[in-house]
Design a protein around this ligand. Structure first.
Ligand code: PEP
Length: 249
């Protein structure tokens, strides 16, 4: 995986069957074939293996949207990191706010998942972000600090590190955080993570990014890329964002 200065990560959530995923990737690959930097796409588990062969020796890296913290075991319905790795995943999203809210993932569970992902040679992309209520109460930094501390404290890792700042109020709402908020929060996250791990993280922004606002978001100096939900499902929108990011490399 070769990370450019602005990394684009799509998150398909629970959209696209295998047939739909293959059609999308078949159309995307010829358009990005001469790119040197990787484009990342977090797909449903079922699409990993079918996309694996297609993405070999291409700039497209496929990954998963969650995993279990155990190596293997009697955990009905769960998936292990090494299963994802063998099925073709090179990265995994961890701590997405939809997982925190819908599946009760706590910071300490996310910490264990990050450890396991690193053991299984998967690059974790750790998502953090405050809710609207927390922002209104002026507690954004306090919440982010707690999330970062629980997830990263005690981790022995000196390699690439991707953190996605995804304010919960901006995900799927059409309401993007302002450049000022993003700039301040990214600086805050960078400082906290560096203090915890001694590693400078790359910080992605996520929350209603689309082809229209991507040029503004990507131009913010401490935005290391974008995590894109809805707009990654549409080929034209996703391509337009990728092409824009390419102009910064
Ligand atoms: C996401 O799911 O991580 C996300 C940022 O979604 P959206 O782009 O749709 O807001």
């Amino acid at each position: 995986m070769k990370l450019g200065s602005k990394v684009i990560v799509g998150n398909w959530k629970m959209y696209k069957t295998v047939t739909e995923a293959i059609a999308f990737v078949d159309a995307l690959l010829p358009k990005i074939s001469n790119y040197k930097e990787s484009v990342l796409l977090a797909v449903p588990f079922t699409a990993l293996w079918p996309l694996h062969e297609k993405c070999k020796n291409t700039p497209l890296e496929i990954g998963a949207q969650t995993m279990n913290s155990a190596e293997e075991g009697a955990f009905t319905g769960e998936i292990a990191g090494r299963m994802l790795k063998e099925a073709g995943a090179s990265f995994v999203l961890l701590g997405h706010s939809e997982r925190r809210r819908l599946s009760g993932e706590t910071d300490s569970v996310i910490h264990k998942k990050v450890e396991r992902a690193l053991e299984d040679n998967l690059l974790p992309i750790v998502c953090v972000g405050e809710t609207l209520e927390e922002r209104k109460e002026g507690r954004s930094e306090e919440v982010l600090e707690r999330q970062l501390k629980s997830v990263f404290e005690g981790l022995k890792w000196k390699g690439d590190l991707l953190v996605a700042y995804e304010p919960v109020w901006a995900i799927g709402t059409g309401q993007t955080a302002t450049p000022d908020i993003i700039d301040n929060i990214h600086a805050f996250i960078e400082e906290k993570v560096e203090a915890l791990l001694g590693v400078k993280p790359r910080i992605l922004y996520g929350g209603s990014a689309n082809s229209a606002n991507a040029p503004t978001l990507l131009a913010i100096p401490n935005v290391g890329g974008l995590l894109i939900g809805g707009a990654s499902l549409d080929l034209e929108s996703f391509l337009s964002i990728i092409e824009n990011s390419h102009s910064f490399q």
